[in-house]
Design a protein around this ligand. Structure first.
Ligand code: GUN
Length: 284
């Protein structure tokens, strides 16, 4: 069997077009949605992500601000930046690019972000609301994965889903979103005894471990929907996912490629959350 490809790039562009139209309509009403990204230091991967976010924001017509802070920026300086963003009425949503290098205290920074502007959904208040199924922001990567799953037309309800990886950014919130859609969810991680045995029962697999080509075709249940969150750069420069695409696509029913899978959806969900934030703050 050969899996159908879930074209994250195409789906992302379709959603961005709809968002662009929504932004234009909001501008007609005098609302100019604004997104800011704060980055500290010169991590090359983070620089690339921030550039991509800025470009995407501009393309849909958002007021886009990027604050690049040098390596050595202190906790106090960064907290002042956060305060400015919290008070700036032109900024409806903003995010601090992670990881933050030591000695910056990431938790304290994330907790200083005003929850209504927390378009990443990293503030514990928003994480708590997510857990108990209240309305509010959903974190960008898991929301992008759910959107891709929904686009396949394969129902989530009643399915066995296995999330591989337990990070705060992807694994944990992903499991919550799947559970709220009535999937039966297992979270697997480095201490899981027999990952292949878990995966072989899974109708839905979300791979977010950060190990190149970790999940292979023989671990999968035939026909499974496979969402690959991994972005791993190999020594030869090639970018691959956490799933071995060649073998997995022989077994899966649906699969996301890397690149052009989950990546463009993460940015798209950030834009979507920003438009949502602007509407909430302007009571639309
Ligand atoms: N670093 C890697 N992914 C993310 C993300 O989704 N948000 C932020 N703020 N930093 C990241």
């Amino acid at each position: 069997m050969s899996a159908q490809i879930i074209d994250g790039q195409a789906i992302a562009m379709e959603i961005r077009l709809a968002l662009k139209q929504e932004v234009e309509a909001l501008k007609q009403k005098g609302i100019f949605p604004g997104l800011a990204v704060i980055m500290v230091g010169d991590n090359p991967a983070s620089q690339l992500y921030v550039k991509m976010k800025e470009k995407a924001a501009q393309e849909i017509g958002l007021h886009s601000v990027v604050r690049l802070k040098p390596t050595g920026t202190t906790q106090e300086e960064l907290m002042r930046e956060i305060e400015e963003m919290n008070e700036d009425p032109r900024i409806h949503g903003y995010m601090v690019q992670l990881p933050l290098a030591e000695p910056l205290r990431e938790r304290e920074i994330l907790e200083a972000i005003r929850p209504v502007k927390d378009v990443d959904c990293f503030h514990p208040y928003n994480v708590g609301r997510l857990l108990i199924g209240e309305t509010g922001f959903k974190p960008c990567t898991p929301l992008g994965c759910i959107t891709l799953l929904e686009r396949t037309g394969v129902p989530i309800e009643g399915k066995k889903a296995v999330v591989v990886g337990r990070s705060n950014i992807v694994g944990k919130p992903m499991a919550i979103l799947l559970m709220h859609r009535n999937a039966t969810v297992a979270i697997c991680h480095s201490k899981t005894r027999d990952l292949a045995a878990e995966l072989r029962q899974a109708d839905i697999v979300v791979a977010a471990v950060g190990i190149p080509r970790f999940i292979t075709g023989e671990m999968l249940k035939p026909g499974a929907v496979v969402i690959d969150v991994g972005i791993n750069r190999l020594p030869d420069g090639k970018v691959v996912g956490d799933v071995d695409f060649v073998s997995a696509s022989q077994v899966a029913g649906w699969i996301t490629p890397v690149p052009r899978g989950v990546g463009p959806m993460t940015i798209t969900m950030l834009l979507k959350n920003t438009v949502e934030a602007a509407k909430n703050q302007c009571k639309i």
